[in-house]
Design a protein around this ligand. Structure first.
Ligand code: CMP
Length: 142
């Protein structure tokens, strides 16, 4: 397997619930290396830009309003097989469908407010990381 990069976002519900530390601990315990991390409050326009691929979906307005409703914590993660392994760690988009012990199953309330985002492909891991961080802000291995 190869080292991959994925973008995680601890969403506004995660921050509001005081779960930044708890979720970050689980991410690190699962073997992910944090290469970049910050607390940021997205504007509605920034949230719309990030979720541009979902613009035509019925939940786009709700999703971007939620993502700009309070601070969130984007982080760049690296590890072998990071994209698939991180999605496995957080669980299915809808917490009701997520496996026992996953982050969304444990902490999320709904499909909209689902605690954490994860890139869905290697290509999107790179593209989404670049949406939040300049390459010089991403700390190299070692
Ligand atoms: P995320 O991994 O951030 O990628 C897109 C997001 O859209 C997803 O998590 C969900 O939070 C959100 N989403 C997907 N389906 C719905 C839905 N039916 N209603 C509200 N939000 C949704």
């Amino acid at each position: 397997m190869a080292i991959e990069r994925t973008l995680a976002i601890l969403k506004p519900d995660c921050v509001r619930k005081g779960l930044i530390g708890e979720v970050t601990r689980r991410i690190q315990e699962a073997g992910f290396h944090i290469r970049a991390m910050k607390l940021i409050k997205l504007s509605k326009e920034e949230a719309e830009g990030f979720y541009e691929v979902h613009r035509e979906r019925p939940f786009f307005g709700e999703l971007t309003a939620f993502m700009s409703s309070g601070p969130c914590v984007p982080m760049v993660l690296e590890k072998d097989n990071a994209v698939a392994d991180y999605r496995k760690l957080i669980g299915a988009t809808n917490p009701a469908d997520a496996d026992e012990g996953t982050i969304r199953r444990l902490f999320a309330d709904s499909v909209g407010e689902n605690i954490a985002h994860g890139s869905d492909s290697i290509e999107n891991g790179l593209r989404e990381s670049a949406y939040f961080f300049a390459e010089h802000e991403i700390v190299a291995n070692g």
